[in-house]
Design a protein around this ligand. Structure first.
Ligand SMILES: Cc1ncc(COP(=O)(O)O)c(C=O)c1O
Length: 389
């Protein structure tokens, strides 16, 4: 079970050692507020007897497309499937090379491998955790057929530069925007700047379902048509299958839950930004705080600090009742599950440094200012107890 999955439900709250306890994440605070709306929406689906795809899915696809200012949205079963179907829609197959970031969730890099492609890992900028465009430029070869970019932690990769590099080689850019619903880069929404954008609505995400769910967005009519076919085994109707696809349909229960949450997401993202600002002003100069580009408006899926004594800080915070997580303890190029593409230590030094030093602090819309201040105090207390530097 990965770290992310552990957080659902109980919030990963450490044992209280006197004083306040601040959960890393507490989904209960959100679902309690929405309980009546969710119950009604779910019972409407039960009464409709239409559980997979159908009118509710169509409606939430339209609403999400509108909110992201993009032409098409195609509901699928998960964020990982959104990536897989995007790669399939781009025609990725055996022998193709796909550039992926060295630091992200596993499926950003595993999905090309599932199609028989090879991956080339591009290192990140450790200050922003986003893929470094110069690394993308270095890794592009005549065999490159796609670039997958992750907008990590709710910030955005430098899509302007990456698109310029990829466009010059005629290579599509697929955006993994699983953590970045509503984030913007140069005024445009994450997920709408490339070939397609992939979203996860896993329950910890900024826009969340009540189970697994995902979506692909695209501005291209033909790509949207292909995605709609791919998610139903290529069935054009009447059990006539024109292409090889998968079963990856969004179910109506998840779509109904998304429709309840969607009207709140802008306010929730604004609250995440306010919490991030509070952390930043309290922690700047004490630990390395996220440094988004001026072009970006992040949505802070996570607020991730960096410090050389990360494990000691995490233990200190745990003893003080504060939940934290390490996203991600191992960069992708060192994941044994990506064999035979697994690399060696030293291949992507910035991603390796991020994995050694990163620590995600509690951030979710219902987190109170007093809780944020408590976390800031505990971090400051840890630093004061240690020699400077
Ligand atoms: C960056 C990133 N990519 C892809 C995924 C995969 O999404 P899912 O868990 O819905 O398959 C996630 C979430 O887990 C993620 O954070």
């Amino acid at each position: 079970m990965n770290e992310q999955r552990e957080t659902v439900g109980h919030g990963g709250t450490p044992a209280a050692a006197g004083g306040m306890t601040v959960p890393f994440f507490d989904l209960g605070r959100q679902t309690r507020r929405l309980r009546d709306d969710l119950s009604r929406a779910l019972m409407d689906v039960v009464d409709s007897h239409r559980f997979v795809l159908g009118a509710v899915v169509d409606d939430v696809e339209r609403k999400i497309a509108d909110s992201l200012e993009v032409k098409h949205a195609v509901g699928v079963a998960s964020g990982s499937d959104a990536l897989l179907l995007s790669l399939m829609a781009a025609g990725i197959g055996p022998g193709d090379e796909v550039i992926v970031p060295a630091f992200s969730f596993f499926s950003t890099a595993s999905t090309p491998l599932r199609l028989g492609a090879r991956v080339a890992f591009a290192d990140i900028d450790v200050h922003t955790f986003q893929v470094d465009p110069d690394e993308v430029r270095r890794r592009i070869t005549s065999r490159t057929r796609a670039v997958v970019v992750a907008h990590l932690y709710g910030d955005c990769a430098d899509m302007r530069r990456i698109r310029a590099i990829a466009d010059a080689h005629g290579v599509p850019v697929i955006e993994d925007a699983a953590q970045a619903f509503g984030a913007r880069h140069g005024g445009r929404c994450a997920g709408t700047m490339g070939f397609s954008g992939c979203f996860s609505f896993y329950p910890t995400k900024n826009l969340a379902a009540i189970g697994d769910a995902g979506m692909v967005v695209t501005g291209d009519d033909a790509v949207a048509r292909r995605l709609r076919l791919l998610r139903v085994h290529g069935d054009v109707g009447g059990y006539r299958h024109t292409i090889l696809g998968v079963n990856s349909r969004l179910d109506a229960i998840q779509a109904a839950a998304l429709r309840v949450c969607l009207p709140h997401v802008e306010e929730w993202n604004a609250r995440r930004r306010a919490i991030a600002d509070r952390y930043r002003s309290g922690l700047d100069g004490i630990v390395a705080v996220p440094a988004p580009s001026a072009l970006n408006r992040p949505v802070y899926h996570q607020f991730v600090i960096r410090t050389a004594d990360r494990d000691a800080l995490a233990a200190h915070l745990r003893d003080g009742g504060v939940g934290t997580r390490v996203y991600y303890p191992l960069p992708l190029h060192l994941q044994e599950g990506l064999a035979p593409m697994t690399g060696r230590p030293g291949d992507c030094p910035a991603a390796e440094e991020a994995a050694r030093t990163c620590l995600a602090l509690p951030i979710f819309p219902e987190l109170r200012d007093a809780e944020v201040d408590y976390v800031i105090e505990r971090v400051g207390e840890f630093r004061r107890g240690r020699p400077a530097g």
